[in-house]
Design a protein around this ligand. Structure first.
Ligand code: ADP
Ligand code: MG
Length: 623
């Protein structure tokens, strides 16, 4: 037996560990399981390269809660430690054996997936324990040793008669951490941090019901089996060529058991130079309520869960995706959950962005119909990405879609080619008309379509920003909502009809109209359009509407904008002929009022008393 002092530079590191090193107490279990996994991986590796003749037989890790004695046991069948190794790796805090192992077996071990590299993980056990013991037997044929330490820098080391190779760590849980003696709590922790770790983790047993016998003699056999917590070969660790659609869907289910929707597409990440990163990202169906997102991307390091806060690693617009990213190269600090942002991370972020863009592009190219069907569910992410990442914008230009009210889907280039001859303003700018709400803007959509214009349906929550982005990035285009004055300008330009009215009639009409239509709210425009075009139409100046939109999203710098609308009166319409020829002033006024109200109605402007009067007047007209 030997006694000694743990070699740390500070006299007593434990209070420090307890307080500062780890943000989360619960990670002690993750660290100990990681060590057990490392030990098992190492032994397998040594056996693979012929360094040991030992037969490795599906080693597992076992976790046991002994509530009565207030202990937790973590038992592995890995390399174990000799007495000297315990002295070296355990007593010398912050001397990471994992790092030394990797250094020594550099070339062969790179791929083996060793987790540890801070040399402090083991000591996290003291956050919840008043005493920690290690009983360990090395594969090197030494006698087993028993190390114990009560949280002070003093330790005790003696021989032990353990025969099986491997390590058992025993935590005597301290009083203020009693919670961890609850089996459910430990199971939850194992499921949270270790669900995809590579060595099977046994936690108790469970009953398995098996059906045997043929159709006639069905028999149920109940069997007690080990309860294995983890999936040791999660999909992201495999090669894409070894996985089919169903495998990806199944893995999604494993990741988010409470989510019943199917993902739309998946993106398998797999790179080993200049950094190591694997993972699978999924495009979920995204509702317009962006806040309702709880299933997040999970970050792993060598199959150990680290965090589901991937801010800084994944570009913001992709945090709406789901799935996993696993990279030992993401620099995290000792407590692992905090990211140290550096240039390596920037590379990773760029890689992920590029990969997502390439995948979308290839789906678009391969199966455009399928892609179009899903456009509605993915557009927010793509539009948001184009807004926020210039590099993504350049790529996404080829596969971002612009659906029309007739369910055609154009790319930007296709759209411009389609409309550039027909939809231009007087400065030869191409005008892109769009509706944000096809129901509310129905009469305008119809009118535009009658005139042969294309109307896009652009209804995602960030659309006004997206439009601004396009207008500033692309040449010679301008977006206009379909109910704006741009529509009547287009029509005016297209329809240079000869007026049916002479100047005198025109002046008379103007006088009649001005009596009824309030000047402070409406700008009156008399236009000689096709006789079949609507007689009265209200539009809002595009500029004005944008200012108001900005105001309502908080960017207002113009105070309260006045309500200004245009009333376009088609002087060639039959209704206008009627208004001019009607006998009594009363009847004429009634016709004008009715017409104005109808135009207001299609802009959703008829409310309150005006609406009531309109209804009354309408009944009078038909009775
Ligand atoms: P790290 O895992 O970062 O190397 P730790 O403090 O977690 O640091 O562990 C220190 C070292 O102790 C490990 O590198 C390993 O050499 C040794 N060790 C810890 N736990 C075990 C175990 N279960 N089996 C064998 N060796 C272990
Ligand atoms: Mg460790």
């Amino acid at each position: 037996m030997s006694k000694g002092k743990i070699n740390v530079s500070v006299e007593n590191i434990f209070p420090l560990i307890k307080k500062f090193l780890y943000s989360d107490q619960e990670i002690f279990l993750r660290e100990l399981i990681s060590n057990a996994t490392d030990a098992t991986t190492k032994l397998k590796h040594l056996s693979n390269i012929g360094e040991t003749k030992l037969k490795i037989d599906n080693p597992i890790i076992e976790v046991k809660v002994d509530k009565k004695n207030k202990k937790i046991h973590i038992i592995d069948q890995g390399v174990g430690m000799t007495e000297n190794e315990v002295k070296k790796y355990i007593n010398e805090v912050a001397f990471s054996g994992a790092e030394e192992f990797l250094e020594k077996y550099k070339d062969s071990a790179k791929e083996s997936g060793i987790i540890g590299h801070f040399g402090l993980g083991f000591y996290s056990a003291f956050m919840v324990s008043e005493k920690v013991e290690i009983i360990t037997k090395s594969y090197k044929n030494d006698s087993a040793v028993h190390w114990s330490c009560d949280g002070s820098p003093e330790f005790i080391l003696k021989k032990h008669n353990k025969k099986q190779i491997g390590t058992e760590v025993i935590l005597s849980i301290s009083n203020d951490s009693k919670d961890y003696l609850d089996e459910n709590k430990i199971r939850d922790l194992l499921k949270k941090y270790n669900r995809f770790m590579p060595v099977p983790i046994k936690f108790g047993t469970k009953e398995l019901v098996k059906n045997t016998g043929d159709e006639k003699n069905k028999k149920e056999i109940k069997e007690i089996v080990d309860d294995i917590i983890n999936i040791t070969d999660p999909a992201w660790t495999k090669q894409p060529k070894d996985l089919d659609d169903q495998n990806y869907k199944d893995f999604y289910r494993d990741l988010y058991p409470m989510n019943f929707e199917e993902p739309l597409f998946n993106i398998h990440l797999n790179v080993d130079y200049p950094f190591n990163l694997t993972g699978i990202l999924y495009f979920p169906k995204i509702s317009n309520d962006l806040n309702l997102q709880k299933d997040k991307i999970q970050l792993y390091q060598n199959q150990v869960f680290v965090t589901d806060n991937v801010e800084g690693i994944v570009p913001e617009f992709l945090t709406l995706l789901r799935g996993v990213i696993d990279s030992p190269d993401i620099p995290l600090n000792v407590s692992r959950s905090y990211l140290q942002v550096d240039s390596a991370v920037k590379k990773i972020t760029n890689y992920i962005t590029r990969k997502v863009a390439d995948k979308l592009n290839s789906i678009f190219k391969k199966d455009r119909n399928k892609y179009q069907e899903k456009w509605n569910d993915i557009k927010v992410i793509i539009e948001y990405g184009m807004l926020s990442e210039e590099k993504f914008y350049d790529k996404a230009k080829n596969f971002a879609l612009y659906p029309t009210t007739d369910n055609e889907y154009y790319t930007y280039e296709e759209l411009i080619n389609e409309i550039k001859d027909k939809q231009t303003d007087k400065d030869n700018k191409t005008i892109i008309l769009y509706a944000t709400d096809v129901k509310e803007q129905d009469s305008y959509v119809r009118l535009a379509k009658e005139k042969g214009y294309k109307v896009l349906v652009l209804d995602s929550p960030i659309i006004s920003h997206f439009i601004q982005k396009l207008e500033s990035s692309e040449q010679n285009i301008s977006f206009s909502r379909v109910d704006s004055d741009t529509l009547d300008n287009l029509i005016k330009k297209d329809e240079k009809s000869i007026s049916k009215l002479d100047d005198k009639q025109q002046d008379k009409l103007k006088g009649y109209l001005e009596e009824i239509i309030p000047k402070d709210k409406f700008t009156l425009q008399l236009e000689a359009l096709d006789s079949k075009t609507v007689p009265f139409m209200i539009t809002q100046p595009e500029f004005m509407r944008r200012m108001k939109d900005m105001q309502s999203t908080g960017g207002g710098m113009f105070g309260s904008m006045p309500e200004m609308y245009n009333v376009i009166v088609n002087t060639n319409s039959n209704l206008i002929s009627n208004i001019l020829s009607v006998k009594t002033k009363n009847k004429r006024e009634r016709l004008i009022k009715q017409s104005l109200d109808l135009a207001k109605l299609s802009q959703n402007l008829l409310k309150g008393e005006d609406l009531t009067n309109f209804i009354k007047r309408s009944f009078d007209l038909i009775k």
